[in-house]
Each structure stands twice: as structure tokens, then as C-alpha cells.
Design a protein around this ligand. Sequence first.
Ligand code: ATP
Ligand code: MG
Length: 390
Amino acid sequence: MRLIIFTGKGGVGKTSTSAATAYRLSELGYRTLLMSTDSAHSLGDSLDMKLGTEVMNVAENLDVLEVDIIHEMRTRWSTIQDYISAFMLSQGMGEISAEEMAILPGMEMISALFYVNQFNREGRYDVIVMDTAPTGETLRLLSFPDVTNWYIDRGFGVIKKLLGIARATVGKIMDMPLPSNEVMESVEDIKRNMEDVKEILEDPERTTVRLVLNPERMVIKETMRAYTYLCLYNKNVDTLIVNRVLPKEAGDGDYFREKLGEQEGYLDMIHSAFDPMKMRFCRTMRTELRGTDKLRLMADEVYGHDDPFQIHSRSSPMRFTHEGGIDNLEMRMPFVEGGDVELFRLDPSSIMVHVGSQKRNIQLPDTLINADIAGAEFKDSKLIIRFKRD
Ligand SMILES: Nc1ncnc2c1ncn2[C@@H]1O[C@H](COP(=O)(O)OP(=O)(O)OP(=O)(O)O)[C@@H](O)[C@H]1O
Ligand SMILES: [Mg+2]
């Protein structure tokens, strides 16, 4: 099963692109699930139809699911929810309702990833297209399998030990309700699921992340940051969708000429940050992008005759590795002839690299902001920059 995750800054066109892609895939004959993990659900709006809390079939080969966390709390998480509620009560804090639990960070993400795992096991779909919340939250989603296991190992590891002691001393140690075997089972289940899901998310042959952006400075900056973190989390970012490009025929007046000129600059900026990633473009449409006819038009524009199922590269152009106290940043630069490597720090978190006549603008992860650059070289069409942390 393929998993295609669309992410990007707020309002850039993630939902529209996800829906258009899912439509195209279903028309090509793939059994497709379009799924949204964004709590501000807008797939219904984009498709121009009313969606429920369960998987719904909307066209031949196309199902849609908007993960509804309150619904998930009442069904999938009821065992854990009951326990946490009883625990809160025992601490004199009053019960916690499913609605209150639903605002705990992460629950929505775990639910979405559970679905991915479940559908993968059942072999129900050829492809899941995931529409996500704006970048920050999605990055958390994608790092979740690791984080969850960390929490579970620490948190529930402690509870497990306490349980052992409590059982030996017949529950005398404190007034809190002990989690039943059923609760512990559920926790173990989360852990198993997260391990499986991590394998799916980090398999470049199955999961690809596609970044959506607009040719605008702030949007490009945030997308560069997201890209860096996705590479750091070992995700295969295989495509960049440049949406809302103003077409040349937008107009002849000064206003449009100025806009188009500005856009040229931003398109250059996009190339210097994301080359050699596959780029696809979509113009700003004349009318509201809503409903299946418009989404089809968008799919035509973005993919032409190509198949969105196709993976464009086996790994992201950028990769981070760590060995012997040195962090390496590897960057594929396939069309570069070679030449001297020159590095400039633009600000603490970003560097500009010149190799021969090519340049790249790279956003560093927070962990490397204060690190010293220990060296850089260009070898086998790859730029390698070495960092040494304090
Ligand atoms: N190429 C385009 N041409 C015209 N309108 C567009 C285009 N792409 C997106 N839109 C419109 O812009 C608005 C935002 O798009 P969309 O909901 O797809 O973005 P989003 O990234 O999912 O936003 P959010 O971060 O709020 O989830 C919608 O009204 C959509 O119809
Ligand atoms: Mg959206």
C-alpha cells in the first residue's frame, strides 16, 4: 500500500491538492482512501459534499475519511479514556469527558496512524492520500511513532513497575485506581501499532511526503524548515507542488507585471531551496476551486498525463547522518559539474552553498544552529557538509 502525505503551511492548497490527487488515482483504477487528519476538516467543503465520521464511499474506487477525534475517543480509546477518567476522579479532579480528552495533543495523530496501519494490514486500499493540518502539527504527527514509544516506555514503564509492587502489597501504596489488564493491553497495542507505522512511514518505496507551497516569501521559508525536519525524520520527500502560480497571461497592466516580476524571484528562491526535487505547478484558477469538476481540472494541471502513484525518487535530496560526534548533511546535486564549494551563513539557521555555478539555500535544524561547520566537500554528485556540535 502506498501512502502519500500532503503537507505545507496554512492555506496553501493542501486539501485541494490531496482531493485532486485522490480523484485522479481513483480514476486510474487504484483503490483510494482520501483521509484528513486536520481537525478543522475541509475535505467536505473541497469535494462539495457532506461527510460523516466513518469511512464513506464517494465515487468508484474512492473512499473518504475525516478522522473525528471525539468519535475515536468514544470508540477506539474508550478503555484508556475510562481509566484516565477514573484516575482523575481519584485525584479529586473530577471526571474527564471524551470531549476534554480529545483536546490532548497527539490523540488525533495516533488515531490517524492507527487507521493507516489497519488498512495496510487489511490490504483494503492501494493508496491512502493524507491531507494534513498545517506544517507544525504534521511534523509532530510524523515524529509521533518515535515520541509515543518514548512516552510509553518512560510513563507506562513506571506504571508497570508500580503495578508489580502494588500487586505484591495488595494495592496499599496509593489511592489511585490501578490500570486493569485491559488498559495495559491497550497501551501495549498502541506501542505495537506505532512500531508498525514507523516502518511504513520510513519506507521510501511506500510512503512519500509531498510539500505544497505558494510562490511567497514566508511560505517558502516555512516550507524549507518543514523539509529539513522531514529529512531529519527520514521521510522520503519526493515532490514539491507549487500552487497558485500567477500565469503569464494574468494581465498586461503595471500591477500584474510587478506581481509577475516578484513571482520570478520567488520561483528562483524555490529552485535554490528544493532542487533537484520533482516540482509540479498549478496556476491560480479563475474561480473557486471546489467540487469534483474543478478538482479534476486541478489534477490535469498538476499531473498532466502522469500517474500520481509514481514515486519520483528513492530518497529525499537532503539527508542527515551522524557518526563519531560529527553530523553530516548530504545533499544530492546531480546536475552540478563540480568545482569549489563555498559556504555562507545567511543567519544562524540558514546557509547558502555555492558549488560551481549552482547555489543551494539550506535551512538547518535547531540542533545544528550553534554547531561549527567542520568541513564541506563535493563528491559523486553529492555535497557533504560536516558539523561539529559543542
Ligand atoms: N490553484 C488555486 N487556484 C484558486 N484557488 C485555490 C487554488 N488552490 C487553492 N485554492 C483555494 O484556496 C483556499 C485554500 O485552499 P485549501 O483549503 O486547499 O488549502 P489548505 O492548505 O488545505 O488550507 P488549510 O491550511 O486551512 O487546511 C480554498 O478556498 C481553495 O479553493
Ligand atoms: Mg486543508
